[in-house]
Design a protein around this ligand. Sequence first.
Ligand SMILES: *[C@@H]1O[C@H](CO)[C@@H](O)[C@H](O)[C@H]1NC(C)=O
Ligand SMILES: *[C@@H]1O[C@H](CO)[C@@H](O)[C@H](O)[C@H]1NC(C)=O
Ligand SMILES: *[C@@H]1O[C@H](CO)[C@@H](O)[C@H](O)[C@H]1NC(C)=O
Ligand SMILES: *[C@@H]1O[C@H](CO)[C@@H](O)[C@H](O)[C@H]1NC(C)=O
Ligand SMILES: *[C@@H]1O[C@H](CO)[C@@H](O)[C@H](O)[C@H]1NC(C)=O
Ligand SMILES: *[C@@H]1O[C@H](CO)[C@@H](O)[C@H](O)[C@H]1NC(C)=O
Length: 402
Amino acid sequence: MECSWKAVLLLVCASLGVQYTAIRTLRDSLAGPSNWKTLCDDSWMSMEPTQKHILLFATTRSGSSFTGQLLNQHPEIFYMFEPLYHVQQAFTNSSGRIRRSLDRRALLGAYRDLLLNLYKCDLHFMESYIRPEPQDHVTNSFFRRSSSHALCSPPVCLEGGNGAALAPPEESWCTKKCGILNLTLASKSCLTRGHVAIKTVRIPEVKDLRTLVEDPRLDLKIIHLVRDPRAILASRMTAFSDQFRAWKIWNATGRQPRYVDLSQITSTCKDMVASAEAGLQRPAWLQGRYLLVRYEDLAFNPKHMANKLYQFIGLEMEDRVQTWITRNTNSNLSAPFEWNYKYSTTRDSRMTAESWRLHLGYDIVRTVQNLCNDTLALLGYRRVHSTIQLRNLSYSLVEPIT
Ligand SMILES: *[C@@H]1O[C@H](CO)[C@@H](O)[C@H](O)[C@H]1NC(C)=O
Ligand SMILES: *[C@@H]1O[C@H](CO)[C@@H](O)[C@H](O)[C@H]1NC(C)=O
Ligand SMILES: *[C@@H]1O[C@H](CO)[C@@H](O)[C@H](O)[C@H]1NC(C)=O
Ligand SMILES: *[C@@H]1O[C@H](CO)[C@@H](O)[C@H](O)[C@H]1NC(C)=O
Ligand SMILES: *[C@@H]1O[C@H](CO)[C@@H](O)[C@H](O)[C@H]1NC(C)=O
Ligand SMILES: *[C@@H]1O[C@H](CO)[C@@H](O)[C@H](O)[C@H]1NC(C)=O
């Protein structure tokens, strides 16, 4: 009892944006004898984090599934794919919109709260958000469980075996093979790994993560993945065709419909540039904790870039990572491949990272170039000035890294 109170008190004292629910969950989890040791040994009491934490910070359709897989393959990394999805769902009404009563600040607070608890390997914290509500700490509704090797292999799933690492990217295999997910087991498995990595496309800017970076209970490093906004747009048009109907009409006719919504790509660009600027200015709080990665560099030269990524997080690159790269990026072809996870069942349907240049009308490209001019300039993406230049793949739009 004494120990549990100390731990709770410590948390309160440290109180860096911890919310009441966090403490309540912690107290609940202290009820289980198995967690006493973890929570009450010296390392916890001195708050020195024993694990390292990685955030793959990206935007929708910027190659983050692919990049996440580079982390997911490593046996020392406990990787989670978009756990914040559940928070967003919890605050979304039936028409898929964030509830008006909830402002951006509150949603970000809930996101950070979940991230902190997941980094501390408390997967029970997800239960506040998963629908339907898990009973007895097990669930069938963990978003994209198959994308997390750790959740589909022993000890969480005895059937998973090591094959899980190289299994085809097909969503249902893990639930079929492993059955229901036991969140207690998952939390325990998380504690045995040296690194906890989370991918998210739901946090707008790097500065929104400052409290987590400065939290003494975490040792957080941020991999900021960016991609050419013209490519992001083309990819979103393909993946979310309903939402992008007006854009598709524009693309097909070459004429901009009056009702086309330019705000989404504009804010994507604004967020990208704000975060990259914040990171590149090297503020003290991000010292050694921020890495900017262009998806194009990764797609063109996956082994080299994966090495850089692993250097940054302080781990050796494992064979399993190498093998995955060989199997999933066709390093034999001169053109890089886009790893189209969600919307393809076979590897053959992957598109090249540059294929957008052949499938996007010049009129749209020109508009995005104007909306995102600063972003292109800062991140080293060249503008094109004609359809011929756009379609000429020998003319690279990616400036060398400086
Ligand atoms: C959902 O929320 C949006 C924005 O707050 C609102 O316009 C819409 O009417 C809501 N829809 C339903 C079905 O509640
Ligand atoms: C989940 O795993 C824990 C720890 O191994 C175990 O005690 C518990 O009984 C499991 N829950 C269910 C519903 O199987
Ligand atoms: C690449 O080429 C080598 C030699 O031609 C071949 O052995 C290997 O299987 C190829 N890899 C892929 C992924 O096609
Ligand atoms: C744009 O239109 C062309 C045909 O004009 C089509 O081939 C291409 O797939 C379209 N691109 C997108 C992203 O919808
Ligand atoms: C876009 O940015 C570049 C480099 O900063 C600048 O030279 C150019 O004039 C800008 N163009 C437009 C249309 O804003
Ligand atoms: C395509 O780009 C390359 C490299 O900039 C250039 O040498 C070539 O002339 C271009 N081809 C056409 C048809 O414009």
